[in-house]
Design a protein around this ligand. Sequence first.
Ligand SMILES: C[S@@+](CC[C@H](N)C(=O)[O-])C[C@H]1O[C@@H](n2cnc3c(N)ncnc32)[C@H](O)[C@@H]1O
Length: 258
Amino acid sequence: MGTLIKKAFRAIGYNLQRANRPLPYHGYDLEVEARAAIARVDGHTMVSFEKLVPLYQQAAFCEQTHIPGAFVECGVWKGGCVGVMAQANLKYGTQRRHLHLFDSFEGIPEPDAEVDGAAAIKFAKEAGGGIGGKLVALEDQYGGVGTLECNRDLMETRIGYDSEYLHYHVGWFQDTVPQDAASIGDIAILRLDGDWYASTKICLDHLYDQVVRGGFVIIDDFKAYDGCEKAVREFLAARGESVYLHHLDRWGRYWVKP
Ligand SMILES: C[S@@+](CC[C@H](N)C(=O)[O-])C[C@H]1O[C@@H](n2cnc3c(N)ncnc32)[C@H](O)[C@@H]1O
């Protein structure tokens, strides 16, 4: 009976599957261990599987090829992406990396209607917040604020990363990034996930020069919000930096520092 129903669906172009069937194996390099690392940060990231597997691979590659520098994320929410990079270090690194987590740890600020585009305005309005680019946290839209406590719990208790190598930069990027950039030194992976124009631009302006040759620059929201793409394109054009933007999923892009 089941087979007959399946056949009937297939005949009209549908493939019938059980709703709770695990995601099919994609054939990515290191996929089995990346899946285990992703499972470990369950509930701590809103980032897609298609972005998380390459993030694990990129961090593992940095360890295997000895690309020097810290792993940095600006816009950590509940810390899942940093947790994935940390696990690649624990598996492949001969020593611990310094991990830098930048966030307000109280929510995302207002977008700026002038540059961030319709999707950002919609997001802010649904949160009952403003669209003037003010540094005030919008009402939570993601499913709980990514607090400092929640990040510590993931990184130090669940993953067991040495707290000596964890650096939490608490506050608005506009304050923390310019102030703390020099203390980070070389960067192997710079992952930007602050959604808006201003949140992306400030990080590129102050951290890009510290990304080492062969290091990765990852832009989570490149095609999600107009302002994010604008910040990246303006920055690259001003620098005369010609890079190929690799797709992660429909929205995310990354490039390797030339
Ligand atoms: C989309 S979430 C990040 C998702 C996260 N990377 C993950 O793994 O699920 C965006 C985060 O960026 C932070 N953020 C955005 N702009 C910021 C700014 N200017 N200063 C501080 N934090 C900011 C927000 O607080 C929020 O936690």
